[in-house]
Ligand binder design. Structure first.
Ligand SMILES: [Zn+2]
Length: 258
């Protein structure tokens, strides 16, 4: 295998790693049963880097010397040269599961040879990988930032206001709307900070900073159960390292500490 080719083996949102380590298995283990492979992505035409992702059934045991690990838990510990293709392979794997048939006429699709896309064998309709952009917002007020507890969080962590971009919206409008809807405050000075692919299954997280303008925090009670202003030395549990939300929070607290 050339060093431009990588294999990633997924089981749902889990990936095969060397047992007891943070090293992703990037070659197909001999012991992996071929019968378990339900999807095989051959992206050799699209370099660099060439990627293969192998998906296995939910009950496939890890071959000896390996174990399944949630991809999310690998974000903070996987070096960039492996992380980037790993996230790309996972995104393509999720996407391919949903485009086996043409969305226009219902006939089977096949890989397009010259780009990452699926083409309908009957009507020629081309489908590209779907990306769902979502915003994260660091809102600053004096020496504190707004952190919120999402109803979906089960671990008691507080994070940033977040939400998906709606059709017809630009990012600034999305940030304003999400902050207004979720915590009832108005903001100003919205600026872009950083982004991160988030293939669970197809998001692109886009991080912004803004300053508080007016209004008292009022959680919507549906998505956000609790929210407040917190400083670097006095805050609730944060999301685990590796996520963009955590990076933005750490960055904001570092700036506030100076
Ligand atoms: Zn078609």
């Amino acid at each position: 295998m050339s060093n431009r080719e990588k294999i990633f083996i997924f089981r749902g949102n889990e990936i095969l790693v060397e047992a007891g380590t943070d090293r992703v298995v990037t070659e197909k283990p001999v012991l992996l049963d071929d019968g378990a492979i339900s999807d095989y992505l051959d992206e050799k035409a699209h370099v660099p880097p060439a990627l293969y992702s192998i998906a296995v059934c939910s009950d496939t045991p890890a071959p000896e010397g390996t174990e399944w690990r949630l991809v999310r838990r690998m974000l903070a510990v996987t070096p960039e040269p492996v992380l980037q293709p790993m996230l790309k392979a996972l995104a393509l794997f999720h996407w391919r599961l949903t485009v086996q048939f043409c969305g226009k006429c219902g006939a089977p699709t096949e890989d397009k040879s010259d780009e990452i896309a699926r083409i309908c064998k009957t009507c020629g309709f081309v489908t590209f990988p779907r990306l769902s952009p979502a915003i994260l917002a660091v809102i600053r007020k004096d020496n504190q930032i707004l952190l919120a507890s999402n109803a979906k969080f089960t671990t008691g962590v507080f994070s940033l206001v977040a939400g998906y971009l709606e059709v017809g919206e630009n990012f600034e409008e999305c940030v304003r709307r999400e902050v207004r809807e979720e915590v009832g405050v108005e903001i100003d000075n919205i600026t872009y900070v950083a982004s991160q692919p988030w293939p669970f299954p197809d998001a692109l997280m886009v991080g912004f900073e803004a300053t508080w303008k007016s209004g008292e925090i009022k959680p919507d009670g549906v998505e956000i159960l609790e929210a407040g202003w917190f400083g670097p030395d006095n805050h609730p549990p944060l999301p685990p390292p590796g996520s963009l939300s955590r990076k933005l929070i750490d960055r904001a607290f570092k700036k506030l500490s100076k």
